[in-house]
Ligand binder design. Structure first.
Ligand code: ARG
Ligand code: ZN
Length: 469
């Protein structure tokens, strides 16, 4: 799902009027315009990921997973719109066997090359056409090897499975246009042995059990980047409630004490969301939550949409860890609702999420954001850039720390009122969309009514310590 920028709408209207005046294209013109869609989106951080020529609006996924055999059986129905005339197109799918592909109700031919599923529909698809792709598939899903986060993709655990990872993970368990520039809504039905939980993003739907299996349902109605999907299956204590009238679902491993650090940290979710909303603008999604997993291979937390996943190490000290919760919840605005267009701008996610940790600490009676800024400034390595850090360094210090320093430098430069107006107008105006570093700078300059590019340049990419603002 890509939003057309309001600025482009008049231009599209003019183009449409000209096309209508010319009487449109003949059928054979269209036939001539059918080309194969590109096999990726040209993002050098994720070669092969994403595909060109179409845009997915919705994923309807129905999967069954049996931990006894590690086997997953799935049926995916994608609703998409072409962006060019297509003779064939690709989806990302890593491993798994494809039994059948149906496009617009007609059987399509398909083949696999690496992590690509290449689909040739019976007839070419005209530019701008809405179409459906149905894929029946099965197999033993695999982890992503050599990922930037360490363990990710589809991990088989002692009691179930965890599908998680950034910058990509979704293609290990469903066919997908696997790039954050193509966000879509999701419905998921996941069937697991009765007694196990199956958690994912968004609002819970009705749960049904039959013949020793239980089907859990989840729906995410706000557009979601594919790396923000998660599937967590296993023996969990699930707590279902509401916050601000919307569903709140949290889960901790069944082995975890109900009064332990993990549960106590998740219990802060509502209060932290409300605090962040008071700074960033309205919470962008229709549900809340969090999932703590026990598997030590998950050495990180990830801002999976509406329901972050936290690795066990964050709570191993036995004390609540609201800082990581504030970080992952801040991503719901920065990264999840306003998403990257390309991975080189990852600081837009991590800089604001790190800054949110500073804001929360100050609000919670800890050190002020100004003190955090001073401490970090003093020990920063200015030789590594926050923008375009390189794939290997996308989760490096320069991204997180220089990103947060740049955010606070902006605040010091424009003053609190203008700063928080910049943030709120950004999250509201760009809600459910995508953005780049340049978009943020342009936006900040417009709201502040002054030139800010050299400030961002100095704090994000300059090779030496900038003067303190
Ligand atoms: N987006 C995730 C987060 O910051 C990435 C976690 C990276 N952590 C790591 N140890 N590499 O919330
Ligand atoms: Zn983060």
């Amino acid at each position: 799902m890509r939003r057309i920028s309001p600025l482009l709408r008049p231009a599209l209207g003019v183009a449409l009027a000209i096309a209508l005046a010319l009487g449109g294209c003949t059928r054979s013109d269209e036939e001539d315009g059918f080309r194969p869609g590109s096999t990726d989106l040209g993002d050098p951080y994720v070669p092969g990921r994403g595909n060109g020529g179409y845009d997915v609006g919705h994923y309807d996924l129905d999967v069954r997973y049996d931990p006894a055999t590690d086997r997953l059986t799935g049926r995916a129905v994608l609703t998409a719109t072409t962006t060019t005339g297509l003779s064939r197109f690709n989806l990302d799918l890593a491993g798994l066997e494809v039994d059948r592909v149906v496009v617009d109700g007609a059987s399509a031919t398909h083949r696999r090359t690496g992590d690509e599923l290449v689909v040739t529909p019976a007839r070419g698809l005209a530019r701008g056409a809405r179409f459906t792709i149905e894929v029946a598939y099965a197999g033993v899903p695999a982890p992503v090897v050599g990922g930037a986060l360490g363990s990710g993709g589809f991990l088989h655990t002692d009691d179930g499975a965890i599908a998680l990872g950034q910058p990509d993970s979704a293609a290990t368990w469903f066919p997908v246009n696997d790039h954050p520039s193509d966000k879509a809504t999701y419905d998921l039905a996941v069937t697991v042995p009765e007694g196990l939980a199956a958690l994912s993003n968004g609002a819970p739907g009705p749960k049904r059990s039959a013949d020793g299996w239980t089907t859990w349902r989840w729906s995410e109605r706000a557009p979601m980047a594919s790396y923000l999907t998660t599937l967590v299956i296993g023996d969990y204590q699930v707590t279902t409630g509401t916050h601000a009238g919307r569903p709140m679902v949290t889960a901790v491993p069944a082995s975890e004490p109900a009064t332990g650090a993990a549960a106590a940290s998740l219990a802060r979710t509502g209060a932290i969301v409300d605090f962040l909303a008071s700074r960033f603008g309205p919470y962008p999604f229709e549900s809340y939550g969090g999932i703590v997993v026990a598997d030590p291979r998950i050495g990180y937390a990830l801002e999976t949409q509406s329901r972050p996943v936290y690795g066990p190490a964050f709570f191993s000290a036995g004390r609540p860890n609201p800082s990581v919760v504030a970080h992952e919840l801040a991503h719901q605005w920065f990264g999840d609702s306003v998403s990257l267009t390309r991975w080189r701008d990852i600081w837009l996610n991590e800089g604001f999420a790190t800054y949110a940790e500073w804001l929360w600490a100050e609000h919670d009676g800890g050190r002020t954001a100004q003190r955090a800024f001073e401490a970090q400034y003093a020990t920063t390595d200015w030789s590594a850039p926050a923008v375009d850090p390189g794939r290997e360094a996308m989760f490096g210090n320069a991204v997180y720390r220089r990103g947060a320093l740049a955010v606070h430098a902006l605040r010091r430069t424009v003053g609190d009122d203008t700063f928080f107006r910049i943030l709120r107008e950004w999250t509201v105006g760009r809600r459910d969309g995508n953005a780049t570093t340049d978009d943020l700078i342009t936006h900040a300059e417009r709201v502040a009514g002054r030139q800010l590019r050299s400030l961002f340049d100095a704090w994000l990419v300059g090779g030496s310590a900038p003067a303190l603002p």
